[in-house]
Design a binder for this molecule. Structure first.
Ligand code: SF4
Length: 174
C-alpha cells in the first residue's frame, strides 16, 4: 500500500515528526505567496519551482489539491549559537529530502520542501532556459503559498523548538 511505503521511507530516513492530513486541510495564505516577491532567498524568478515561474497562487494551490492525501513532516535542526549553521542546516535538510525522494522515486507522489528546487547545481531559470527535469522538479511549500506557521500550530508540530532549534518542514502528497 502506497501510504505504508511512504511512512516506511519517512522512518528510514529519520525525520522528527510527521502528521497525516487531507490535502484539503493544507492552509494556504495569499500573504505568504505574495511575500516571495520581497524575501531574500534569491529564488524569486530564479528557480522554476518558485514564483512567478511556478504560476499564480491558484495554479500553485491546485498542484497540491490534485492529490487526496498529504503527510507533513519536519526535521528539527540546531542553527548555531549565532545562526551560523543556517546554510549548512539547509543543505543537510535537502540531503534528507533527496534521500526520501530517492526511496520513493518510482511512486506516484509529489514531494515539496523548504526553498526552491535544488536538483541542478544551478537552476536553468537563471539563464532564462526551460527546466531541465520538469518531471522531477521539487516545489517549495512557502513558495506555493503554504502557511506553515499556522499549520504547524494547528497540528501540534514543532516550528520553534527553542535554543536556536527550528523545524524544517516538508510534505509528501499522494
Ligand atoms: S530540475 Fe533543475 S532546472 Fe528544473 S527547477 Fe529544478 S533546479 Fe531548476
Amino acid at each position: 500500500m502506497l501510504r505504508d511505503k511512504i511512512i516506511t521511507a519517512i522512518n528510514e530516513v529519520g525525520f522528527d515528526e510527521y502528521k497525516e492530513i487531507s490535502s484539503s486541510d493544507i492552509i494556504f495564505a495569499d500573504a505568504v505567496f505574495a511575500s516571495c516577491k520581497t524575501n531574500t532567498c534569491g529564488n524569486y524568478g530564479q528557480n522554476h519551482s518558485c514564483p512567478p515561474l511556478s504560476g499564480d497562487m491558484e495554479i500553485n494551490k491546485q498542484r497540491f489539491l490534485n492529490y487526496d492525501h498529504a503527510i507533513i513532516l519536519n526535521k528539527i535542526m540546531f542553527l548555531g549559537e549565532y545562526y551560523e549553521k543556517m546554510e549548512s542546516s539547509m543543505t543537510e535538510v535537502f540531503g534528507f529530502l533527496n534521500e526520501l525522494r530517492g526511496k520513493l522515486e518510482d511512486e506516484p507522489i509529489m514531494i515539496a520542501g523548504p526553498g526552491g528546487c535544488d536538483l541542478c547545481k544551478e537552476c536553468s531559470a537563471k539563464a532564462s532556459e526551460p527546466c531541465r527535469f520538469p518531471e522531477k522538479k521539487r516545489y517549495s511549500m512557502e513558495g506555493s503559498g503554504m502557511d506553515i506557521v499556522t499549520m504547524s500550530r494547528k497540528l501540534g508540530m514543532t516550528y520553534n523548538a527553542g535554543d536556536k532549534n527550528v523545524g524544517f518542514f516538508m510534505m509528501v502528497l499522494y
